[in-house]
Design a protein around this ligand. Structure first.
Ligand SMILES: [Zn+2]
Length: 268
């Protein structure tokens, strides 16, 4: 079974979990998994967000007296053979459509909205490929004694090194005060483009922060993933994608991303 097939099944399960349609055993199995898997927890969060959006925008309350009208209509139709003329019958038939069409239209609109918001098969595949690329680049940097192309004695020395090597602004920042020391930088190749890798260290653990151009829209919040035991924190800002990857805890890595993003967006 391919990775994307597994993901699709997983997606169905998380959907069913959110809608509370799972058996008790499955429900608690998924719940346990969500506690440890950042990727699926994020998936669940996205599904809940979609649900909330639809609920807020399309919630439709039945018109006053609908229930009564339906009951009368049903009783009326049941008696109609004896009591009602053909004209009256037709009028009742029309009243049915009056009540039935709006909810049906709403439901169809909601379904279309869900489909338009769901990532396409291509997008899911692209995303999975990127995740693999990031992990491979991280592992390569650790294995081949290829971690640093420029060693840091401070951001002032790393920044100019990137200047002639990438066609965007790589922003190495000193984050030592927050426990993340800048070790240096490296060039990588990601998303069919040269990427800047800013290398940080936290308690003997290496963090690679990959920066490369992207067509993706800006992201207000971080996205968290787990792949082959590594944690990944991703965000997009003004045409650049930032991917921090490490074996430190997801909390620590999110902290790193927060500290770094704050540093590059604040004027000083
Ligand atoms: Zn998972």
């Amino acid at each position: 079974m391919s990775c994307s097939q597994v993901r699709t099944i997983l997606y169905d399960y998380i959907n069913a979990y959110v809608d509370e349609e799972l058996s008790t055993t499955d429900h608690s199995a998924i719940q346990k998994h969500l506690e440890v898997c950042a990727h699926c927890a994020n998936e669940k969060f996205q599904i809940e967000q979609i649900g909330n959006t639809i609920h807020n925008q399309f919630s439709y309350s039945a018109p006053y007296g609908l229930k009564e009208n339906i009951r009368h209509t049903i009783t009326g139709l049941a008696d109609s053979d004896i009591n009602l003329s053909n004209v009256a019958k037709r009028r009742f038939a029309w009243r049915w459509t009056y009540y039935v069409i709006p909810p049906v239209v709403t439901a169809v609109a909601a379904v279309l909205l869900i489909f338009s918001m769901m990532p396409t098969q291509d997008e899911v595949m692209m995303h999975n490929m990127m995740e693999q690329e990031i992990v491979s680049a991280h592992v390569r940097s650790l294995m081949e004694d290829n971690l640093l192309h420029v060693e840091s004695k401070g951001p002032q020395e790393v920044k100019p090194w990137f200047n002639n090597r990438v066609d965007f602004a790589a922003q190495p920042e000193d984050l030592a005060a927050d426990g993340f020391s800048l070790k240096g930088g490296r060039l990588d190749y990601l998303n069919k483009h040269t990427a800047a890798s800013l290398v940080y260290e936290s308690d003997d653990h290496i963090i690679n922060l990959f920066v490369f151009p992207t067509m993706e829209a800006d992201m207000k919040s971080f996205k968290n993933f787990q792949n082959r035991g590594y944690n990944i924190v991703k965000w997009v800002n003004k045409g650049l994608e930032y991917c921090a990857i490490s074996d430190i805890s997801l909390d620590e890595l999110n902290k790193f991303a927060r500290v770094y993003r704050k540093k590059i967006t604040s004027p000083n």
